[in-house]
Structures are given as structure tokens and as C-alpha cells.
Ligand binder design. Structure first.
Ligand code: TRP
Ligand code: SF4
Length: 330
């Protein structure tokens, strides 16, 4: 094989990708694709856990997500890109792991408690939602991943995965490595209203936004809240627009804005215009590639089929080992 370490990560297809997803996850995946043997997948079964009443858009979001990934630079040649629900082995391993997972491990999972609290409009008291980390453990250990690149919010899930893998190995023989979390450095790109960027807060800038949308969204961004007039000096350290500048604007201009903002020499309106222009330039190549893939839906479908085949081979092999370890088949 390649001798590279294997990593795996996934995203739930709940909508088009925004800048928070790009800088929080996807950009890191793209950086890692040379160095690791990478498996990246679209977790559509996981999307069902919270969207089980209205499943109508999940299939479209799967396609959109693949196009977003490809446009941003994730390569179908270098990586295995696949869709969870196409690899039925995940469901079988999930079932087997569920037999050995103590319920208290799941009940004390902080993400579980948070989400139940946050999504007060939805009834999440389902078996599937409680078992979310067990399915995630199946996703990860199916491919014997050494590392899982994720944000801090997902660390408890990888911890549970390690515990489940250890328990499996103790009972049935050592099949699975215990995967490590790979925490990725992420810039503090917040939403337009300074809350976490999220589709559900309606404060996101999407990779697929048109230049005019970007301009009007940036114009709505909350800046240093203490700065009411142009004559007031501002504080870039607490301004989200400035964080965006750090990401999209050249160093010399960033320095200049830093000083001019503090000395009330630049107004927020002008500052935002410069940033919006640079963000539009940054997104241009992604936008070009999106057009390319949107015009070639068959090609995208082919990539998905090929990725699923590559993933399916590994999953099939792992399940043979698992079935024989638990002595259910011969
Ligand atoms: N729970 C992850 C999230 O919401 C998505 C996910 C599902 C995942 N299975 C995974 C991430 C396996 C990493 C590895 O972001
Ligand atoms: Fe933020 Fe720019 Fe306004 Fe300063 S001038 S507060 S950096 S938007």
C-alpha cells in the first residue's frame, strides 16, 4: 500500500458550504490530501438523525456538497471521496458496535446534551440520535483510520470511538487501531452577526454566493460595536471584518487598515468594500470550477461512483474480518 497514514473525516449534507465550513474543515482537508491516505465522505445517514421529518433535500445537498468539495480543490484522484449511505457496511458495523456500547457512554456525551438543548424545536429523543456517535465510530474504524481531522466540538465523538474500538478489540481480538483526533487550526471567521457562521442563523457567506450577494452581505456585517461614527477610533482586534481581512487581504493592506482603523482614518464602509473585493477575488477560481462541474453532472456522478467503489472495497474487507472475529460467519 502507500505507507501513508490514513485519515478519515465526514460532513453532514445539511446545505451548501459556507466560509466557516471552508476554513473550519475543508481547507485543512485540502492541505492534508498530499501527505495522507485520505477518506472523506458525506454523512447523509447522520443528516437523517436531526432531519428525519423532512428528508427531501438531503440527496440534493449530497450533490451540492460534492461539487463544493471539488470546486474548492479536493481531488477525487488523490482521495477517496464517498457517500456514507452507499456503503451499507456502515449500517452493519453500527449494529454490531451498538451491541457493545454501554448507553451511559452515549448519555454523558457533551455534544448530545448540547444539541438536545439547542434544537429545542425538534424532538431528538430518538434511538438514532442517541446512537449518533456509534454510527460515527463505525464510519471511522471501518477504514482503520489513524487520525480524524475535526473541530473541537467533535472530540468527544472520537473519544467514544476510541473506547468502542478498545472494547471491540478486547472482546474479539485486535482488529481496529484507536484513532487520534487531529485538531485543525482555524481562523476565527464568524457569521455576519458575529455568532458562529451557520445556515440556521442565516448569517453565512456561501462559497457559491455571487459577487453582488457578497457585497450586500459584507455591508451588513457587524464591526467593532463600540465604533458608532467614522470619527471614533476602532479596534480591529475585536472586529470580525478585520478577521476576514487577515484571510483575504494582502499583508501590507492589512497593516495599513489596522493603523487607520485605530486612528479613525478609515470608515467601516470603505474598509468593508476593500474586504468584499478581496473575498470576491478569492472565491473566483472556486466559482469557475463550480461552473465547470455544474455543467458536467455526469462527471460528478462518476466521481461519486468511483469513490464509493474504492471505499466499498475496504469496507467489505473489514466486515469480513469483523464477522469472522465475532464468529457469525464462516
Ligand atoms: N459528526 C460529524 C459532524 O457533524 C460528521 C461525521 C460523521 C464525521 N461521521 C464522521 C466526522 C466520522 C468525522 C469522522 O461534523
Ligand atoms: Fe472593523 Fe474595518 Fe471598521 Fe475597523 S474600519 S472597525 S477593521 S470594519
Amino acid at each position: 500500500m502507500t505507507g501513508k497514514k490514513r485519515i478519515l473525516s465526514g460532513m453532514r449534507p445539511t446545505g451548501p458550504l459556507h466560509l466557516g465550513n471552508l476554513h473550519g474543515a475543508l481547507a485543512n482537508w485540502i492541505d492534508m490530501q498530499e501527505q495522507y491516505d485520505c477518506f472523506f465522505f458525506i454523512a447523509d445517514w447522520h443528516a437523517l438523525t436531526s432531519n428525519y421529518e423532512d428528508t427531501g433535500s438531503i440527496a440534493d445537498y449530497v450533490k451540492i456538497m460534492m461539487i463544493d468539495w471539488l470546486s474548492a480543490g479536493l481531488s477525487p484522484d488523490k482521495n477517496t471521496l464517498f457517500v456514507q449511505s452507499h456503503i451499507k457496511e456502515h449500517a452493519e458495523l453500527f449494529l454490531i458496535l451498538s451491541m457493545i456500547t454501554p448507553v451511559p457512554w452515549l448519555e454523558r456525551n457533551p455534544t448530545y446534551k448540547d444539541q438536545i438543548g439547542q434544537m429545542s424545536g425538534k424532538d431528538l429523543s430518538t434511538f438514532g440520535f442517541l446512537g449518533y456517535p456509534v454510527l460515527q465510530a463505525a464510519d471511522i474504524i471501518m477504514y482503520k483510520a489513524d487520525g480524524v481531522p475535526i473541530g473541537v466540538d467533535q472530540v468527544p465523538h472520537v473519544e467514544i470511538t476510541r473506547e468502542i474500538a478498545r472494547r471491540f478489540n478486547n472482546f474479539y481480538g485486535k482488529i481496529f487501531p484507536e484513532p487520534e483526533s487531529i485538531l485543525t487550526k482555524t481562523p476565527k471567521i464568524l457569521g455576519l452577526d458575529r455568532r458562529k457562521m451557520s445556515k440556521s442563523y442565516n448569517n453565512a457567506i456561501y462559497l457559491s454566493d455571487k459577487p453582488d450577494d457578497i457585497k450586500s452581505k459584507v455591508a451588513r456585517m457587524i464591526t467593532d460595536p463600540k465604533r458608532a461614527r467614522k470619527n471614533d477610533s476602532g479596534n480591529p482586534d475585536i472586529c470580525n471584518v478585520f478577521e476576514f481581512h487577515r484571510q483575504y487581504t494582502d499583508q501590507a493592506t492589512v497593516e495599513k487598515i489596522n493603523i487607520e482603523c485605530r486612528n479613525a482614518q478609515i470608515g467601516c464602509g470603505e474598509c468593508k468594500k476593500i474586504m468584499a473585493e478581496n473575498l470576491i477575488i478569492f472565491l473566483e477560481p472556486i466559482c469557475e470550477k463550480r461552473k465547470y462541474f455544474m455543467d458536467r453532472p455526469k462527471l460528478v456522478d462518476e466521481f461519486i461512483v468511483e469513490g464509493n467503489q474504492k471505499a466499498g472495497k475496504v469496507a467489505k474487507q473489514t466486515m469480513e474480518e469483523v464477522r469472522s472475529a465475532i464468529k457469525l460467519s464462516n
